[in-house]
Design a protein around this ligand. Structure first.
Ligand SMILES: [Zn+2]
Length: 79
């Protein structure tokens, strides 16, 4: 699970960007931290990068990625 220390540096969002799932080889549409829906493995990606073929723990039942924490910049669609 992604962790942070200072609550003032993050904020919740109801954006649908956080509901989307992305498969292996897809382009990451948002820069941020993603987690595998099958095992909870996390990785950070810049937008436009392909989701990499990383090794998941045994028992992972899927390799779809879900945005957990997004970077924010003025004008980004997910904020
Ligand atoms: Zn996994």
């Amino acid at each position: 699970m992604a962790i942070f220390k200072e609550m003032r540096l993050v904020r919740p969002s109801s954006s649908k960007a956080f509901d989307r799932r992305f498969g292996l080889g897809a382009d990451a549409p948002y820069e941020g931290i993603y987690r595998c829906t099958g095992c909870g493995l996390e990785l950070a990606l810049k937008s436009g990068r392909l989701f990499p073929n990383v090794e998941h723990p045994s028992g992972c039942r899927g390799a779809e990625w879900q945005l957990v924490v997004a970077t924010s910049r003025p004008g980004t669609a997910h904020t």
